[in-house]
Design a protein around this ligand. Structure first.
Ligand code: NIG
Ligand code: FE
Length: 406
């Protein structure tokens, strides 16, 4: 029998079970055939059935933990330019909104992205995907939204498609033409452009799976956001919402009303909002790195868990939140948001896959699911959040192929 990979003698192999709890197999192995997990269990029986010497890839994981590859369900990883100077301005007390009002922030990245060639955008993105992969991410969602015109938005999505073909990390594309109001337009007029011009072109291009909107005070209000999401849904794109990041204006409710796959940020969501999300089966995606980078308060992840939500976490990697590391997001989620290490692991794997409507077992490592995993240079999964600021990931497999070695 041809086996593409056997990872054996691990101190523990961690799966996510159908009820959302962690399965921790001690002194275990995992066999992957044709890209999918064929067996997880004690090393002896697994390696007798799937001998490592017959495998294309045999990985000795003695003393190490094996976890599902991370799914990062919210990034803005395709862009040009650098905003490290804004980091310094923020440290001196300038707010995100003040930076935006002065023509910085998103609008500055829009100028740099419009001027960049496709190849430059692709090369930047591939570098970021390399960093993500080295930190254990095997699936990532990336949003457009630094074009704010039809031509550049299409170019960004095309670059995502090329990166997906070329790079081991799976890239899920989201159209986010409604990411900011361009400097020379008003919001209503710009929403017309998104709905009447950008969305039909994006739909016929056929790359984007989701449509997202920055529903925020001073950006797009609830009714403008609803127009974008409803037009997106009509064009076949599943809604997602940036909701209550800087202020509470009703984006969480909107996400529940339009049946979004996820509502993201949620720093200012109320208890009623949380109940509405749970009721509508919308995945809350919390972004601890954003709060860290802005020096802002963190969303209360415990309140979401206690309300029965399947919380996901993401990096929100973008020029304002410059971290590609899901491990760092997990550390913050534990220390600042109240998740346990086990909850943080589920939030960054299986629940993150749910936020992307991936229902084929991505992020679980259960038998039959994709063979996407990270072998840690550490004895337990707890080291992911515990060893903060340090990458715990050693070897990474995608669909049973070794795609990264530390
Ligand atoms: O999720 N909030 C809007 N979008 C990003 C920030 C993008 C940027 O500042 O370039 C976010 O935080
Ligand atoms: Fe975002």
């Amino acid at each position: 029998m041809t086996v593409s990979a056997v990872v054996h003698d691990a101190r523990e192999v961690v799966t996510v079970e159908p009820d959302g709890s962690l399965g921790v197999y001690e002194e275990a192995a995992i066999a992957i055939e044709d890209g999918a997990v064929a067996r997880v269990g004690p090393t002896g029986p697994v390696t007798r059935e799937f001998p490592p010497e017959n495998a294309t890839h045999a990985v000795d994981a003695s003393g190490k933990a094996v976890i599902p590859g991370f799914v990062d369900p919210h990034t803005h990883a395709v862009f040009a330019g650098d905003r490290s100077d804004e980091f310094e301005a923020k440290l001196r007390g300038k707010t995100y909104q003040e930076i935006l009002e002065d023509g910085g922030g998103i609008l500055r990245t829009v100028r740099a992205t419009r001027e960049a060639s496709d190849d430059e955008l692709l090369s930047n993105l591939l570098d970021h995907l390399d960093t993500m992969l080295a930190h254990g991410t095997t699936t990532v969602e990336v949003k457009s939204g630094y074009g704010l015109d039809t031509e550049t938005e299409l170019r960004m999505l095309e670059v995502l498609d090329r990166a997906d073909d070329r790079h081991p990390v799976d890239v899920v594309a989201t159209f986010m033409g409604a990411h900011a109001v361009p400097a020379d337009r008003d919001a209503d007029e710009y929403v017309d452009d998104v709905v009447d011009d950008q969305l039909p072109a994006v739909a016929s291009q056929g790359i984007a799976e989701f449509c997202d909107v920055f529903c925020e005070e001073g950006v797009f209000d609830v009714e403008q956001s609803r127009r974008v999401l409803e037009a997106g849904a009509e064009a076949g794109l599943t809604p997602k919402v940036h909701a209550e990041e800087l202020a509470h204006i009703g984006g969480t409710r909107l996400a529940a009303e339009v049946g979004a796959a996820s509502a993201d940020h949620l720093l200012h969501s109320t208890a009623d909002d949380v109940d509405a999300l749970v009721e509508a089966d919308v995945v809350p995606v919390l972004l601890p790195g954003t709060a860290f980078g802005l020096g802002a308060e963190y969303a209360d992840a415990r309140a979401f868990v206690e309300a029965g939500a399947d919380v996901a976490i993401a990096t929100d990697f973008n020029p304002n939140c410059y971290s590609q590391s899901m491990g760092f997001a997990a550390s913050l989620a534990c220390v600042e948001m109240g998740l346990t290490p086990a909850e943080a692991l589920v939030a960054s794997t299986a629940n993150a896959a749910s936020a992307l409507d991936l229902d084929d077992g991505v992020g679980t490592l259960r038998e039959g699911s994709p063979g996407d995993l990270a072998v840690l240079d550490a004895p337990t999964y707890v080291h992911v959040p515990y060893n903060f600021g340090v990458n715990a990931v050693g070897t990474v497999l995608k669909d049973g192929e070794v795609v990264h070695r530390a």
